[in-house]
Write a protein that binds this ligand. Sequence first.
Ligand code: TXA
Ligand code: MG
Length: 355
Amino acid sequence: MILEKTQLIEITDNLSASDNVKKLEFAADIINKGGTVCFPTETVYGLGANALNAAAVKNIFEAKGRPQDNPLIIHLDCIDNAEKYCFAEQNQYLEKIKSLFPGPITAIMKKRDNIPGIVTAGLPNVGVRVPLDPVAHMFLSLCKVPVAAPSANLSGKPSPTCAQHVINDLNGKVDVIICSGNSSVGLESTIINLVSEPPMLLRPGGITYEKLCSLLGKVSISDAVLSEMKPDDVASAPGMKYKHYAPKSPVFLVIGNLEEFKNFLIEKNFFEKFAVLAFAEDIQNLNLNNIFNIGSYTNPEEVARNIFACLRATDEICGIEKVYVHITDDKTGLNLAIFNRLLKASAYHIIDLRG
Ligand code: TXA
Ligand code: MG
């Protein structure tokens, strides 16, 4: 840290008000001096440092407790600036998906030498993201350098979708936390590797697989999206082999209709204390304590926004041994990203009740 303690900066609704601009100028100045700043984006909050300054980037790994072999992505205010840090113009696929920037997507391309090895964990490629969130956009424009940033959570915990999550995890460990509203997507960006042939989806997110296929033609899906990586696997998405999104109690995904789910919980209720994440339509019918509403079956955008906050909320209940999450087997659209995060959160524990 370069400051003595973490400064919390509150951004109010009228972003262009001079007070807000001054606060973001202060945060950008901290980045330029080699400090760390947590900032909102439409996906999740990020923990940023100047990507061109290896010593500053090292502070990110320390604050999060993140393994050094897990690379970071860089954040820019405009995709046209990508060429400065990677071979963007040579990449035939970037042109085809340019309309998705700014937005909840990260493109992996061949890096230039000005991006230090610590950012990419020694890999020849770098992930580039341009957030759509207006606060993130103004902050990144003021920084004038690329900002390396992972999600602003302690390593292994669910990603932060509001300022309070960031404060809980990182207060005292970073220089500045920019506090703004809730993340509107709620899941981290889609990661697409544009160096592989055909392009490969490494992490599903707000930009769906179907959307990518419509723009790129053929897109492959990394094994890491739906199956477990062993610690010594050479992963196409290095972060995927680590523990992820986990609350304190072990998570189990439960698949089955409402009746099957209800009977399962009634039986468990005799000898276990647990929390439940259930769909809005079923909450009343389940009639249990410690039940969290993830949103409607028919509204995956709502579920995406709620899921990390619900997982974190289970940590607040004393004495629970398990978390049961009701899931469907729909993996289309945004549901693929929701299922991917829940798979990782549960360390692949699925209970299938279907008869
Ligand atoms: O939405 C997001 O992407 C958020 C916000 C803050 O922008 N950031 C984020 O960063 O989720 P992080 O570090 O939590 O997740 C990035 C993932 C990691 O799993 C990492 O291993 C992978 O991207 N990654 C980064 N650089 C890569 C590279 N060059 N090749 C393959 N995977 C890479
Ligand atoms: Mg993360």
